[in-house]
Every structure is written in structure tokens, then in C-alpha cells.
Design a binder for this molecule. Structure first.
Ligand code: PLP
Length: 366
């Protein structure tokens, strides 16, 4: 039995007519960038994320960059973030001339460890950017408390966590702003690049709306130096269709995770830990195994795809070598990089496929 790590076809096929009709509407209207289709999606998204505002942008990366621009992150400022994350988290900070200050993770959840944040706060610290990795929220209760006590702003990197909840409140509704990605591999995927920023603050939302069109409120008059971060109408139309099915897809991912949890319970693969008070959307189902690369190869030989998110912490990336981190500085991040393995978890997998992956892995790792 062949099982891919991710297959987008089985999600598209049953929605084909509905999605093509939505795309057709955009074609007929020829309102192609921002406009009514984007506004309609933004309203639905704000409702889904339980925030007052949702602003569609060109990608998750641009959402992070634009949110940091909106809170005036400047050269020399420090922004605290995890090292165990996708590059965009720290890349967006560095692109503004600010310094990403890397903090180690809680080894059980893979998310930033709140207790380690406090030690990294200096006079230059302006913000914290927690990441809700693999679909589980970071400990926002603790992080908000720290941010509040030290006068810092929180920008959630919720690229992998749309609809994940922490004490019943969804990702993006905890921080000053929350950033989403609709890259096709995320739980809500567009037909190309797309993203959004959600927030409750009216003036922040107004500024973000300007920043996504080169800082202009009125065409050709510029209040800020922004970027071109506009969301395409075709993407918004596709996303509006898919948003209706998202909770159902989350449930199917949770069902798949439950099968893995059960079959792998007594094995040498360490299954994901979901913190009490959190509901994960399982953008990835990530186990820890020793001899990870060999295990991955054996799965591949058995026709099963798997992935490594992430093989190297951002603190040890070549492009950040000037920041002076050494190997050993973030031990839990480095250990996770050596052990993590993501298994197929997409909603359309059959129960038999998931069980097959789990039993195959169990045979490999013992
Ligand atoms: C996917 C992702 C992003 C970036 O999103 P893009 O839409 O690919 O630019 C940012 N942060 C994290 C944690 C992600 O997983």
C-alpha cells in the first residue's frame, strides 16, 4: 500500500464543481485583486478566528512581515521567537533589520518555552512572536502574561494553526495580531500563495490595510512605507469555498491522529503531546524516533512518505551565523531536529491507510 505524506487531489475532486464555479465568478467579474471576493472572505475569516478584523494578504510570510511593520519594528529592535520553526518566522524579523532572539522549546509540545522567554528580554525587546507549531497553540496564557508584564506586543505565527484553540479561544485571537498562511500544505490551502492577518485593534487593522498597498489610504498618497501584499480575488474565492469544510477536515485529521496515538502507544516512537486546554488541528503529526533518517528511509522503502520539520534550527542557519549562536545553545531544539518525523495525516486518508502507516512504523522502531 502506497501512502503519500500529502495528497491534495482527494480534497479537490469532490469540490471541483463548487470551486470552479467560484473561480468563474471572479473571471466574469474581472475584479481580480482585493475587491468584493476578498472582502467576503475576510468577513468569514474574522468570524472563524473570532477576531474583529481579518486582512487578506499575499502569503503567510507577508502576513508576518506586514504585522511587524504595523507595530513599527525597526532596525536594532529585538523580537523573541523560537528557533524550531519555519524560516519565515525569523526571516520576517531580520528583513526589517531587527534581531531575532531565539528561545528553546518545551520538548513535549515543540512550542516556545515561556519560562525561557523572560531571560532573553532586554531594553531592546519590542515583541514576542510565538509559533503554534504543527497545529497546536503555544502557551499563550503564559506568554500574554509575560508580554503584559514587560510591555511587549505579541504577534502570533499561526500559519500552521488556523482553528486550533487554547482554552477554547482560537489561534490569532490571543495576541495583538495573528498571522495565517494559506499555502496549499496548510489545513486551509489556497490555489497558490495567500495569507491573512487577524486582529481586534481598529487602528492596527487600518494601518495593516494601508501597509498592504504601499502604505496608501488614498491611491497615490502614502502615509507609510509599506509593501505590495495584496490578496488575489481568485485565491479568496477558493478559500471562501474551502472554509466551510475546514472544521470537518480538522475532525478527520484528529481521527487519524487518534489512530496513530493508539497503535503507537506502546512503541518506541514518541507520539505528540497535546497540552490540556489545547485542541490541535494537526497540520502535522510529528513523532520522535531514534535513528530518524534510517527510519524515514525504511518507511520510504515500504512506500510510505514522511517529512522532517525541521532538520536544522534557525539559530544554526548560515544566514544567521553573525548572531553568534553555537551548537548546544538550544539543546531541546537541536534534539528535536535530530528526532522528528512527520507522518501522513491529511483528512482524506482512509482508516486502513493510517493503520497501515502506524503498524509499519511500529515494526520498524519496535
Ligand atoms: C507556512 C509557514 C509560514 C509562511 O507561510 P507562506 O504562506 O508559505 O509564506 C510562516 N510560518 C510558519 C510556521 C509556517 O509554517
Amino acid at each position: 500500500m502506497q501512502v503519500k505524506l500529502l495528497d491534495l487531489q482527494p480534497q479537490y475532486v469532490p469540490l471541483r464543481d463548487e470551486i470552479r464555479q467560484a473561480i468563474d465568478e471572479v473571471c466574469d467579474a474581472q475584479s481580480l485583486v482585493l475587491g468584493p471576493h476578498v472582502e467576503k472572505f475576510e468577513r468569514a475569516l474574522a468570524g472563524y478566528c473570532e477576531t474583529k478584523h481579518a486582512i487578506g494578504v499575499s502569503s503567510g510570510t507577508d502576513a508576518l512581515l506586514c504585522a511587524l511593520m504595523a507595530i513599527d519594528i525597526k532596525p536594532g529592535d529585538e523580537v523573541i521567537c523560537p528557533s524550531f520553526t519555519f524560516f519565515a518566522t525569523a526571516g520576517s524579523i531580520a528583513r526589517l533589520g531587527a534581531v531575532p532572539v531565539f528561545v528553546d522549546i518545551d520538548p513535549r509540545t515543540f512550542n516556545i518555552e515561556p519560562n525561557l522567554i523572560v531571560r532573553k528580554i532586554t531594553k531592546k525587546t519590542k515583541a514576542i512572536m510565538p509559533v503554534h507549531l504543527f497545529g497546536q497553540c503555544a502557551n499563550m496564557a503564559a506568554i500574554n502574561e509575560i508580554a503584559c508584564r514587560h510591555g511587549l506586543l505579541n504577534i502570533e505565527d499561526a500559519a500552521q494553526a488556523i482553528g486550533a484553540t487554547h482554552h477554547r479561544k482560537p489561534a490569532c485571537a490571543h495576541g495583538f495580531a495573528g498571522c495565517l498562511s494559506f499555502y496549499p500544505t496548510k489545513n486551509l490551502g489556497a490555489f497558490g500563495d495567500a495569507g491573512a492577518i487577524c486582529c481586534n485593534d481598529d487602528s492596527l487593522a487600518e494601518k495593516i490595510r494601508k501597509l498592504r498597498v504601499h502604505g496608501s489610504g488614498h491611491t497615490y498618497y502614502h502615509d507609510h512605507i509599506g509593501g505590495m501584499f495584496r490578496l488575489a480575488a481568485i485565491q479568496a474565492a477558493v478559500l471562501s469555498v474551502k472554509l466551510k469544510y475546514l472544521n470537518n477536515w480538522h475532525e478527520l485529521r484528529r481521527r487519524n491522529a487518534g489512530i496513530y496515538d493508539t497503535i503507537l502507544a506502546e512503541s518506541n516512537a514518541i507520539t505528540p503531546f497535546i497540552e490540556p486546554g489545547n485542541a490541535s488541528i494537526y497540520n502535522q503529526y510529528v513523532v520522535r524516533v531514534t535513528g530518524r533518517d534510517a527510519v524515514k528511509q525504511k518507511l520510504q522503502d515500504a512506500g510510505i512518505g514522511s517529512g522532517v520539520y525541521y532538520p536544522l534550527g534557525l539559530h544554526l542557519q548560515k544566514c544567521f551565523s553573525h548572531l553568534g549562536y553555537r551548537s548546544g545553545d538550544l539543546p531541546e531544539t537541536e534534539k528535536a531536529c535530530a528526532e522528528v518525523l512527520a507522518l501522513p495525516i491529511y483528512p482524506e486518508l482512509s482508516v486502513e491507510q493510517v493503520a497501515h502507516v502506524a503498524t509499519t512504523l511500529r515494526e520498524i522502531v519496535g
